[in-house]
Write a new protein. Sequence first.
Length: 363
Amino acid sequence: MAIAAQKYHPVKVSYAHPTLIGIVASAVLTALVIVGSRNLEHFDSALFGYTIASVVAFGAIAFRYAIWLQRPATRTYFRRGLQLFFQRKKFAANAGNAATTAATNLVAQRFIFKRGTMRWLMHFLIMWGCIIAAAITFPLVFGWVHFELEGDLGYRAYLFGFPLSVMQGRDVFAWIVFHGLDFSAVMVIAGCAIAIHRRLKDRGAIALQSFLLDFTPHLLLIAISVSGLMLTASSLWFAGYMYSFVALVHQATVIMTLFFLPFGKLFHIVQRPASIGVELYQKRSQEMPQAVCPRCRTEFAGQMWIDDLKKVVGDLGFDYRMENGNTLQDYCPRCKRIVRGLSYANLPQAQEKVFVGGRADEK
Ligand code: HEM
Ligand code: HEM
């Protein structure tokens, strides 16, 4: 049994669509900044640099995401994930499955826990430190949240210009809110320290890592956090000494990181949540009509999944058609290995044919 020759055509990437998506994303964020800050009434012009960088980085992330979605496997999983999620009859069950995946994989990150407690702690600290910092800084920078002093009462927070509750200056809650960035900075520094320590000691990591991919993100995050803590120290204990210089350093490191987001390792922040769709597809395909292995007659995977796999393999330029009319993907994993083995076993004869009778494809 022979498998036809395999060839690989790199998938052609189209840039026109992603560029448009990137421009639209930047335009939408710009509009939201204008509307959310009540026509820039609550927008602090000193934070213009941060805003421009965020708008550009947001467009670049959307651009890169759109390019990533052009990969045959990603595109198939993404489309199927959405299609299965919005199935009318199973919407409640799908929402439940998606919520479970989000809770275990995105929030609790149980799959990293399986790799080691320290690795889980490392990621937990970095991720939640960054999420807390982003949740505080972006709304403030965009003018979506602002505070106003109300006499002796304390500060009143406003969200999109609508008043929220007043925070007493001496409240424990107010103290935690005002120092939220300091807590997040300590979390990020601790998480990055654990990550760098592992990367300097673990032989497996040393063999695979590169400076740009595996150390730059930590160094940038540490630079942001240390400069942020220096801002707090400057205003609390040094009467604002060097404040504007450190604020500039903080801004520069934040902007560098924002621009690094779409092109480096940190892009996984937006890539990873797509795993919700993949898990949903795997779960639903178990309930669909199953594919039967033509060799051992066992049911081994959802037929839809196998059909999608064949299409993706074809889109990538691989040809796994066999002389008996089947495709390698039609077989269960065990029989696939056997069929492959048999095919390799027949190779010497095929080569002999090449040497004796000339190239098979010339005939
Ligand atoms: C604000 C959000 C996030 C930030 C700042 C972040 C940051 C990082 C950083 C800096 C690393 C490199 C750690 C190392 O040196 O090994 C990393 C690794 C990783 N991240 Fe994230 N991440 C975020 C969100 C997520 C999410 C949502 C997921 C998946 C659900 C995820 C999955 C992973 C995995 C699997 C690794 C490899 C961990 C390991 O080595 O065991 N991350 N992340
Ligand atoms: C890892 C993420 C980040 C951490 C740990 C962090 C930490 C900090 C800290 C501790 C401060 C000092 C707060 C104070 O004085 O009480 C600060 C200030 C500030 N941060 Fe960040 N930050 C982060 C990301 C960002 C981002 C993404 C932005 C903008 C989009 C940003 C914008 C600012 C601004 C505008 C200030 C006030 C500085 C000034 O007075 O000019 N930060 N940050």
